[in-house]
Structure formats: structure tokens, C-alpha cells
Design a protein around this ligand. Structure first.
Ligand SMILES: [Zn+2]
Length: 445
């Protein structure tokens, strides 16, 4: 469907309604920030932890917009048939952490429905704030606070867009849905529960994560892993006997070789087509983020451990929809590293996988991509089509056959940081793009 199918008068009316309702959207965003919803996994202070409070705020807002609301607590037990798939974690408890979905019915039950899908959890507060993280401070054209960019700003914009369509008095053919899920920041099980419940908005899903108003039809998968090389502690100043005779083994010496092997692998990956994508500025790499070894200066390190982050693209998805093939590449690297070494043959290097968050890609020609992009450009925004370098919840709806884009106000580079903020101008532009895209994809009755 082309946006020009929607009459200019309707488009003008909805843009005016965005301007008219903008202060209300900012006020709602500040209310969301003032309602802390740190994901319990982070173990932050109890008074800022848990998503239940903010879900009540979303529910009230949706009911105020005339939505039918579906609210339920996901359950690891009920989702156990997803064991081994991205987004499933057997140990997660959703007590007091419901998903909330609002549906505003269109005039034609058979018409395609559009869904905005956001996560209501935020990461831990952390250190270094110069403003109150949960005050919703409004200053110099920005709104500050934990979750301002990731992603309460985007969710406030989406609800503002829905409100503007209503305010403009425009009846839509298809349903508009707004989903606020829990548990994204630590794996995506809230979205898994949403898809499992049967939601299939065929016009598409917009995830309003911060993209600086760029349209992202692609997000990368993320794998976290840990490698430990065993050594044997011993006095560092003496000449050690061979390890077979009980001598020390310097785990750091092995560690340096492992890091060099990872560098070589990264250099090779940079040239591989499956590690690159036209919508990604950088290739997929193994990024070592933590190194742990040693106890005190006069002793050889007893072991050497690294933790790393790997990105991957849809071209390398395995049959379960995860990064199994990429994990196997790392396991092969470790086997090659260990081959021919007598110590490692008896004391194997250990590889542990911590996280595998999937990726997804929607084809360029899907209306959810073309409409969002064209609406942004026609508003004069410098919007580009580019991938999200990190993980978003895109993969799960895409796997269920729903075309999905990530598009939202704010910057991913300020997410998860102190003094997180979203710009009011971006918020307003996001609302306009979203409102116009609702008209395009749901159709005016
Ligand atoms: Zn996010």
C-alpha cells in the first residue's frame, strides 16, 4: 500500500493532532520514567525493581484510548516447548510482571493489523548520574531518566501517535495494537510469550527502540560466551620443572596466544560476506570484554578466563533460529588452538555459552519498511535505512512471519548510560512518522 492512498486531508489532520497532543505525550513519558521498572535480573534496589507498576500505567492509558486490554503473566512452564530456542529461559519468574496488550479495533476485522511492540523493563540505574534517574526531568529540550531512550520515549511516542489518530477523528480499517512486554533487557522472554499467545499483526510490527529516527529492517544476533584455559599455579621466580613432573603452567602465556588467535579470526571474519551486511557499518566480530587471570605477583596464574560478545547476522541463523553455527565456529577455534598441546589434551579448555539473542531481517520492499521510511523522508527528516548493531526483539515476530522494523526516537549510544535522555524534537517527529504509518498500514475506513 502506498501512503498517497491516504488522502492529504487525513494526513494533515493527524499531523496537527500530534502537535496538539504533544505536551500530553511528554507528560506521559515523564510519568513512565517516574514509575521505575528495573528488570529484577539486575538486582537493583527493591523500590525501583519490577515491571508491574509501570504496566498499570500503560494499562490505564490504553483503556483511556478505548483499547481492549489483554494482560497476563508469562510462565516459563507454559513456554517450556520453546526450550533451546532464542528468548526462552527456564529460570525466569514473571510473578507481578505481566505483559499488557491493548487492541483498538478497526472497522474491518479482516483488515491487516499493525502492532507497536515495546519493552517496559529498563536496565539498572548504575553510577555517574548528574540528574535524578527517576524524576523525568525536562530541561533544554530533553527529557532525562532511566528508560528515556530505551525505550519509554519510543513507547510514549507510539501511544501519542495512536492518540493523534483518534483525536483527528479518523476511523481505521485494521486494528492498531500496542504491546508492552516485560523481560527484554535480559533475553526477550516477554516477546516470546506474546508470540506464543498467538498475536499475528499481519500489517507488521514497529519496535520503537531508539534508532535516531532511522528505519532498521535488520538487527544483529548477540552471543555472550566465556572461555577458561586451565593452568597450574606455582612460584614465578624459580625455574619450574615440566608440568608432567608437577611444575607450574602459566595460564597467561596460553591466554596471550588465545587472544592472538581471536585477532586472526576477526581479521578473517572482516572479509567474509556472511559477517557483513549492506545495512551494517561494521562486520561481525568476537569482542573480548573481560579478562581475568592471576592472584598475586609471585605466582603463575592458575587459570585464564575471557568473556566476549559476538554479533551475527540472519545469514548465519541455525535451524533453531539461533546462533548455533557461530558458536560452533568458536568451538572450532578452541579445538584448533588446543590441538597438539599435551597439557591442554589432559586439561581441556572450557567454553561456556551465556546468552544467545537472535537476529532478524525484513525485506526492503515490505510496506512496513517503505511506508515508515517514506513518511520520515517526506517530513524532511534525514532518516536512513540501516541495521541495529545490537539485538532487539525483532527476531521473534519475524520468525513468526510478521514483517518488523525498529524505528524510534533517541540514541542507542545513550541507552544504558547515566543521564540517559530523549530529545523532545525527536519524540515529536517519531509521533508524526508513526501516526502517518498507522494511516498507511491500517487504512482509513
Ligand atoms: Zn531496549
Amino acid at each position: 500500500m502506498h501512503q498517497n492512498d491516504v488522502a492529504t486531508g487525513h494526513r494533515q489532520a493527524v499531523l496537527q493532532a500530534v502537535d496538539h497532543g504533544f505536551e500530553e505525550a511528554v507528560a506521559f513519558l515523564r510519568q513512565l520514567i517516574r514509575t521505575p521498572s528495573v528488570n529484577p535480573w539486575f538486582g537493583d534496589k527493591p523500590d525501583v525493581t519490577g515491571e508491574g507498576r509501570v504496566q498499570r500505567v500503560f494499562r490505564e492509558r490504553l483503556e483511556g484510548l478505548g483499547a481492549e486490554v489483554d494482560e497476563w503473566e508469562p510462565s516459563a512452564e507454559a513456554l517450556a516447548h520453546h526450550e533451546g530456542e532464542p528468548g526462552y529461559f527456564a529460570d525466569r519468574d514473571f510473578t507481578g510482571r505481566p505483559n499488557v496488550v491493548g487492541r483498538i479495533p478497526g472497522t474491518d476485522p479482516a483488515a491487516p493489523a499493525l502492532m507497536f511492540l515495546g519493552h517496559c523493563d529498563v536496565v539498572a540505574v548504575g553510577k555517574g548520574w548528574t540528574v535524578e534517574p527517576f524524576a523525568g526531568l525536562r530541561k533544554d529540550g530533553n527529557v532525562y531518566g532511566r528508560g528515556a531512550a530505551d525505550m519509554k520515549g519510543g513507547m510514549a511516542a507510539a501511544l501519542g501517535a495512536i492518540a493523534a489518530v483518534r483525536e483527528a477523528g479518523i476511523a481505521l480499517r485494521g486494528d492498531v495494537l500496542f504491546a508492552s512486554v516485560t523481560e527484554e533487557e535480559t533475553g526477550g522472554m516477554g516477546t516470546l510469550a506474546l508470540i506464543d499467545r498467538g498475536y499475528r499483526p499481519t500489517a507488521g510490527v514497529i519496535i520503537p527502540e531508539p534508532t535516531n529516527l532511522n528505519v532498521a529492517p535488520l538487527c544483529r544476533g548477540i552471543i555472550w560466551g566465556e572461555i577458561t584455559i586451565p593452568g597450574r599455579a606455582g612460584h614465578i621466580e624459580i625455574t619450574q620443572p615440566a608440568w608432567q613432573e608437577g611444575g607450574a603452567v602459566d595460564a597467561i602465556a596460553y591466554g596471550k596466544r588465545l587472544l592472538a588467535a581471536i585477532d586472526e579470526t576477526n581479521a578473517r571474519w572482516r572479509e567474509l560476506p556472511e559477517k557483513n551486511h549492506k545495512y551494517m557499518a561494521a562486520p561481525c566480530q568476537i569482542n573480548v570484554a573481560e579478562v581475568h587471570a592471576g592472584t598475586y605477583p609471585s605466582t603463575y596464574a592458575h587459570d585464564f578466563t575471557i568473556r566476549f560478545d559476538i554479533q551475527y547476522l540472519p545469514a548465519e541463523l541455525d535451524e533453531k533460529g539461533g546462533g548455533g553455527r557461530v558458536r560452533e565456529q568458536v568451538e572450532q577455534l578452541v579445538r584448533d588452538f588446543s590441538t597438539g598441546d599435551a597439557w591442554l589434551a589432559e586439561h581441556p579448555v572450557e567454553v561456556t555459552w551465556l546468552v544467545d539473542a537472535d537476529c532478524g531481517e525484513t525485506q526492503d520492499q515490505e510496506p512496513i519498511v517503505t511506508s515508515t521510511y517514506r513518511n520520515a523522508r517526506e517530513l524532511g527528516l534525514p532518516t536512513r535505512i540501516e541495521g541495529v548493531p545490537s539485538h532487539t526483539d525483532m527476531g521473534l515476530p519475524i520468525k513468526a512471519g510478521i514483517p518488523t522494523v525498529t524505528f524510534g526516537p533517541g540514541s542507542l549510544s545513550i541507552a544504558h548510560q547515566p543521564d540517559e535522555f530523549v530529545g523532545e524534537d525527536e519524540l515529536r517527529e517519531a509521533m508524526k512518522v508513526m501516526a502517518l504509518t498507522v494511516l498507511d498500514l491500517c487504512g482509513v475506513a
